[in-house]
Design a protein around this ligand. Sequence first.
Ligand SMILES: NC(=O)c1ccc[n+]([C@@H]2O[C@H](COP(=O)([O-])OP(=O)(O)OC[C@H]3O[C@@H](n4cnc5c(N)ncnc54)[C@H](O)[C@@H]3O)[C@@H](O)[C@H]2O)c1
Length: 353
Amino acid sequence: MSKVLKVGIIGLGAIGKVHADAYSNVEDIEIGALCDTLPDRLQEHGERLGVAARFTDYRELIKSDVDAVSICVGNALHREVALAALENGKHILLEKPMAMNAAEAAEIKQTGEKHGKLVQVGMVRRQTTEAQLVRDMVERGLFGGIYHMRAVLIRRRGIPGLGGWFTTRAESGGGPMIDLGVHHFDAAMYVSGLWNPTRVSAKTYAKFGRDMRSYRYTGMWAGPPKFDGVFDVEDYSTGLIRFGSEATMSFEIAWAANTEEESFIEFLGDKAGARIFDKGPLTLWTEHDERPADITPKYADLGNPFHTQARKFLAACRDGDPPAATAEQGVTVMKTIDAVYASSENDREIELS
Ligand SMILES: NC(=O)c1ccc[n+]([C@@H]2O[C@H](COP(=O)([O-])OP(=O)(O)OC[C@H]3O[C@@H](n4cnc5c(N)ncnc54)[C@H](O)[C@@H]3O)[C@@H](O)[C@H]2O)c1
């Protein structure tokens, strides 16, 4: 491979545009080709980015001379497009969730290994400054042993695209658990280093989206609502994940709930605790000089996490660095999410294999 990584982007919706902007900001990456089934969107981004190689069929793009592709289509297409790209010798940066379920994710991982191509999963939140900083502190022992985490992401009324692909299980794989929970689960496991979820006990609910016409909201991204569409996913989930007998994580992930909006991941260690992705400044709850003490560290901002993700993708494809988020980790997160749904459906704790 030359010094410059030539990438194609498949899917030019909300996140495809973010990938394009990130690649445009990273030295030694060139956007070589674009694909979307919507010709107007394809033309608009092609002109904006100055990319002449444009395709409405991704099977044509993956035959072009790009080294790698960003896969930014809806969840139901992740497996199909990922396998085709890997089989055609392309490295992939695959948006989250890695796939619709763990079986699909494992197939993508194996196909990457078989063809000697890289799979980096788009778990971008671990590239945020707070996640990187706290992970570094955890690795240096500042937290002691982490024994519990709380992953909370609650929107008051935040169902995206009611009736569209987000709320149609056959297209999305699930509701906020697979849409947002995937980010929180990944970031929690990444920062804590706890990659051994063993048991899951969970419950999901659908209390707001099912009766589409009575859903009251102030704004809707990926909207407007399609009242003749489908809502067959959850809008709230809660549960407990065990990591062996040493650690646990409780979670609450919601697109809609009658409570305050909240978003954080809390790490409880026997030497210190902290929350990331919370409102105020990062605070370490710890002890100092034989007293409980709150420490607010000063630190440099690491910049846009999508740019960091793109830079790490370049380094992984070109220089053989480890990918920013591995396929193996992606499979672990998907197995945990599968177990959340299975636990809820079967009303029992699920043991992960
Ligand atoms: N990392 C993040 O924070 C983040 C944020 C948003 C979305 N996502 C993920 O990105 C993916 C896309 O989400 P989105 O919000 O951008 O969706 P979107 O609907 O805005 O965009 C999807 C795009 O794919 C195009 N498309 C559909 N079928 C296609 C095909 N066969 N070939 C080529 N293009 C096709 C659509 O026309 C559309 O432009 C999802 O998996 C989602 O979970 C990740």
